[in-house]
Design a protein around this ligand. Structure first.
Ligand code: GUN
Length: 284
């Protein structure tokens, strides 16, 4: 079997076209101008590049955005004060603080400080709690993007065995919750899991978010599985690659995401969706 590609770039482009129309209509008919504030601390090249991608996507769809750039030495107190100002600004619908933050700033404290109604990342404990309860909320962008890709191909989730490798707050944990909500049987695996290959090779849906290049090859993949590669690793030659050995995995899988042009573009696109939702006041 050679897998069908889950092309996140193509799907993103289609969704962005739809959102462009929606934003134009919101402005014209309801005088709502969706606005996202992005806060970047320090000048890590990868974070800067992600933030640029987010700004560009906002621009394209007609969502206005501000970038607040702060020096790496900024105090936690100052950052919290800036977030409070954004919370209180009625023209701002979404607030995103790019992670990771420097060691002297408590990441959880910062996440707690963002109004849950403007938390377009879906990281605030109130929104995570709603996700656990199956209530309407902002879904964390990467899992939301993955779900949207699966649904775009009508890939069955109900009753299927989903194996998530990686238990981060941003990807692994919420991914499992979203699939559970759609009646999958979910297994979480992580760095201490024994028999990883054995468990992974029972997955109908295999989500790999380990952050290690080629950590999973075809021997981890069940015949006919959907394989989702969340990894973004830069190789010595400068090119990007995922956590899955694409060539061997695609021979077993029925569906597979490439890297690049797979999950990455979908993450940004879901941020736009969440910002529009915030502007419409739908997460309340
Ligand atoms: N750093 C890496 N991914 C993300 C993300 O989805 N949101 C934020 N805020 N920071 C990140």
């Amino acid at each position: 079997m050679t897998a069908e590609l889950l092309n996140g770039r193509e799907l993103s482009d289609k969704l962005k076209e739809e959102m462009k129309q929606e934003v134009a209509a919101l402005k014209e008919q309801q005088h709502i101008h969706p606005h996202l504030t992005v806060i970047l601390v320090g000048d890590d090249p990868a974070s800067k590049s992600y933030v640029r991608g987010k700004e560009k996507a906002c621009d394209y769809t007609g969502i206005s955005s501000d970038l607040i750039e702060l020096p790496i030495s900024v105090s936690e107190q100052k950052l919290l004060q800036i977030i409070e100002e954004q919370n209180n600004n009625n023209d701002v619908h979404g607030i995103l603080v790019q992670l990771p933050l420097p060691d002297h700033i408590d990441e959880q404290k910062v996440i707690h400080a963002i109004s849950p109604l403007k938390d377009v990342d879906g990281f605030h404990p109130v929104n995570i709690g709603k996700l656990v309860n199956g209530e309407e909320t902002f879904l964390p962008c990467t899992p939301f993007g993955i779900l949207t890709m699966l649904e775009s191909k009508d890939i069955d989730i109900e009753g299927k065995h989903a194996v998530i490798i990686g238990r981060s707050n941003i990807v692994g944990k919420p991914m499992g919750l979203l699939l559970l909500e759609r009646n999958a049987t979910v297994t979480y695996c992580h760095s201490r899991t024994k028999n990883l290959r054995e468990i992974a090779s029972e997955a109908d849906i295999l989500v790999v978010a380990m952050g290690r290049q080629n950590a999973v090859d075809g021997s981890y993949v069940k015949e006919g599985a959907a394989v989702i590669d969340v990894g973004i690793n830069r190789m010595e030659n400068g090119k990007l690659t995922g956590d899955v050995d694409f060539e061997s995995a695609k021979e077993k899988a029925a569906y597979i995401t490439p890297v690049p042009r797979g999950v990455g573009p979908m993450t940004i696109t879901m941020l736009l969706k969440n910002t529009i939702k915030a502007a419409k006041g739908l997460a309340e």
